[in-house]
Design a protein around this ligand. Structure first.
Ligand code: KIV
Length: 275
């Protein structure tokens, strides 16, 4: 990218995303590092620095152990790597559900220290008051309803949501309360098509689905999943590449070359100047 373009490119903002309700679907992927953010930037409307980073990059069993410091560090990297896409940073478990003042202080820390355009919270009726406190004080917030990975300890695993009438109604109530609290968009995760369509019809802001059918206003996937970096992916992921196989092949070839003294070769070594 030329220096001139760097100066003139305007980032997609929260109002730009909010205006996409019912329009061309919003394209979103997760990003945790600067080089990957740089590749994704020209293709995506929104880059999500998801707390899935804890599992995908740091090998944690779930997202509960992710800290504010981890999110800030990865948020900074993604901001450095991207120019055009909106960057949203997840607020980790424990950083927004207690007092609204603490939620505000943590959200402001993320925005100030990363330069990202918004934060995302796993939302619902219980935290709607805290979300409203943020949105009324200049913090753009993206909500997240349905399967909420930060609730893994009470749920006992990552399970699709909304299968019973009670759960279905609770998720609709969560989506309604989240929208009322002033979010600019809502991630809908792990629900059946009918419920995703109901939520999308209910809320005035765009829904971005993951495992929630094409009935949403946009889609998000974990980038490492859709690139095929893991040996297992959930049912809702389409693998657009087999990077696990490609990396294994490349590293195997490198190892064989090193062992056979084929690497490095003449093109890959320095020569002293003559004389
Ligand atoms: O943490 C994350 O990556 C997410 C998305 C998958 C929606 O919340």
């Amino acid at each position: 990218m030329s220096a001139q373009r760097q100066e003139t490119v305007k980032r997609i903002s929260a109002p730009d995303i909010a205006a996409r309700k019912g329009g061309v679907p919003i394209v979103c992927l997760t990003a945790y590092t600067a080089p990957v953010a740089e590749i994704l930037d020209e293709h995506c409307d929104l880059l999500l620095v998801g707390d899935s980073v804890g599992m995908v990059v740091h090998g944690l069993p779930n997202t509960v152990g992710v800290t504010l410091e981890m999110m800030i560090l990865h948020g900074q990297a993604v901001m450095r790597g991207s120019k055009r896409a909106m960057v949203v940073v997840d607020m980790p478990f424990g950083s927004y559900e207690g007092s609204r003042e603490a939620a505000y202080a943590n959200a402001v820390r993320i925005l100030k220290e990363t330069g990202a355009q918004a934060v995302k919270v796993e939302a619902g009726v219980e935290v709607a008051e805290n979300i409203a406190y943020l949105t009324q004080r200049g913090v753009p917030v993206m909500g997240h309803v349905g399967l909420r990975p930060q609730a893994v300890l009470v749920d006992g695993g990552f399970k699709a949501k909304g299968k019973t009438a009670g759960e279905h109604d609770r998720i609709l109530a969560d989506a309604h309360a989240t929208a009322q609290a002033g979010v600019f968009s809502i991630v809908v995760e792990g629900v059946a098509e009918g419920l995703a369509q109901e939520i999308t019809a209910l809320v005035p802001v765009p829904t971005v689905g993951i495992g929630a059918s094409a009935g949403c206003d946009g889609q998000v996937l974990v980038t490492d999943d859709m690139l095929g970096l893991f040996d297992w992916t959930p049912k809702f992921v389409r693998r657009y590449a087999d990077l696990r196989g490609e990396i294994g092949r490349a590293v195997g070839e490198y190892a064989a070359d090193v062992r056979a003294r084929r690497f490095p070769g003449p093109a890959e070594i320095y020569f002293a100047k003559a004389g």
